[in-house]
Ligand binder design. Structure first.
Ligand code: GLC
Ligand code: MG
Length: 424
């Protein structure tokens, strides 16, 4: 389940060309590490995409996308909650008012419009492809015909190609307003909200009350033009100079939404040095998970030197008397097993290799112990694997996050199994 309190920060982001850069996944990994280590325990991540549930699942298999707390799909016409993707049918009831899908189809037939693929045709979204050159005469004609049928609709043109016909109560802005109203009614109004977009269907997001917004550097003309046409104070909208998720991080820095430096952009602290670590909280637990996985990745890629200090951080982060139930069934002492990692330094150098954490959640068990669970994803030339992990962390002020690992229990996620040989 997503975070159930009042979110400290609500990020509402479009996916294609905003959160997701189809040319480069590093910025997404940078954002992911920041979100999981600093925000996932008290904030809420919402995706708002034009994609249908089918195409959203496809994307999740292609890129290292975090599991969102809430997914607003099909251009703000469907809302789903939590890991189970439970649909909000109350929202559907609102969309049904004044909507008549068959009437839209009749008009489309009359005008001989070109439909997008079947998966993108949804109960409250009819989608076409219309070339930029044609859009100027097609849009008014379509408007006229839909209005003549008495429909309460809206047209949204994105990316210089996609045309969506939606009920008036749908769209990314309406869906977000609906969600904010609902959160408020539950006493869960977010302290701050940041909306993120790159194209026409994101325009509405920037008009929602009391939000900060970021237009990523690679935005489409239609969004930039809209921004240029806005009169008055636009200081709540930041036009990033960086692409996609890197632009989102840049906006967090611009609006001072903290913390806003990704663990991937600084070196992972290897020791506590002079002072002892403060008493751990939920944030420290998440940070420990993200940093430990990141350090393992950096060790294997050879991004950090094979120093004694780095290896000690990896080894002594695991209690001497710790146990690990491996996904392949054996129980071992990870403190001893980790010695095999020493020789593997740099073994992934120059190769495709990333490790990241998703769904990091923790609960305090006692004054000095925490139960944490997370998904450990690994992408390499050998494929994509995922280990569902539960672990017991114990307070120990001598470690960077004031915690070390006592018990680790791992199982493969079905469909993403690896082999014992890939451990490390
Ligand atoms: C996504 C959807 C498409 C929609 C577009 C713009 O690409 O798959 O159906 O038209 O977003 O909202
Ligand atoms: Mg987009």
């Amino acid at each position: 389940m997503e975070f159930m309190g009042a979110p400290r920060l609500l990020i509402v982001s479009d996916l294609d060309h905003t959160m997701v850069d189809h040319k480069d996944q590093l910025s997404l990994l940078r954002f992911g590490a920041l979100w999981e280590s600093e925000f996932n325990h008290d904030s809420l991540l919402v995706y708002s995409t034009g994609r249908s549930p089918t195409m959203f699942s496809d994307l999740r298999r292609e890129v290292p996308l975090l599991t969102p707390g809430i997914a607003i799909l099909a251009c703000g016409s469907e809302i789903f909650y939590g890991d189970t993707m439970t649909q909000d049918f109350g929202f559907i009831d609102e969309l049904n008012k004044g909507w008549n899908r068959a009437a839209v189809e009749e008009v489309a037939a009359e005008m001989n419009l070109k439909y997008q693929c079947d998966s993108e045709q949804r109960p409250h979204k009819v989608s076409f492809h219309v070339r930029k050159e044609e859009s100027a005469h097609i849009m008014p004609m379509l408007r006229e015909k839909l209005t003549a049928k008495g429909l309460d609709y809206k047209l949204i043109y994105s990316g210089g190609l996609d045309l969506d016909v939606l009920p008036r109560a749908a769209g990314k802005g309406q869906a977000l307003s609906y969600l904010l109203k609902k959160l408020k009614a539950e006493g869960r109004a977010p302290q701050q909200t940041l909306v993120c977009g790159d194209s026409g269907n994101d325009i509405e997001l920037f008009g929602v009350d009391n939000v900060y917004g970021v237009i990523v550097a690679n935005a489409q003309d239609e969004l930039l033009q809209w921004h240029a046409d806005q009169l008055g104070d636009k200081s709540h909208i930041f036009v990033a100079t960086e692409r996609c998720a890197a632009g989102i991080i840049q906006a967090m820095q611009h609006f001072n939404l903290r913390p806003n430096v990704s663990p991937r952009d600084i070196s992972v602290p290897l020791s506590v040095h002079d002072k002892l670590a403060p008493k751990p909280d939920g944030g420290a637990v998440s940070r420990e998970v993200v940093e430990y996985l990141l350090l393992t990745e950096q060790w294997l890629r050879g991004d950090i030197d094979a120093s004694e200090e780095a290896f000690r951080r990896l080894k002594f982060g695991l209690a001497k008397e710790s146990n690990r139930v491996c996904p392949w069934g054996v129980i071992e002492n990870p403190h001893e097993e980790i010695d095999t990692l020493r020789a593997q330094h740099g073994s992934q150098k120059g190769k495709l290799f990333y490790i990241w954490a998703d769904r990091v959640r923790s609960i305090k068990l006692s004054d000095d112990s925490w139960l944490v669970r997370f998904d450990k994803w690994e992408r390499s030339d050998a494929g994509l694997t995922c280990v569902l992990t539960s672990a017991l962390l114990q307070a120990n002020a001598e470690f960077p996050n004031g915690l070390y690992w006592r018990l680790i229990h791992e199982t493969w996620l079905k469909g993403y199994e690896g082999s014992a040989a890939l451990k490390g």
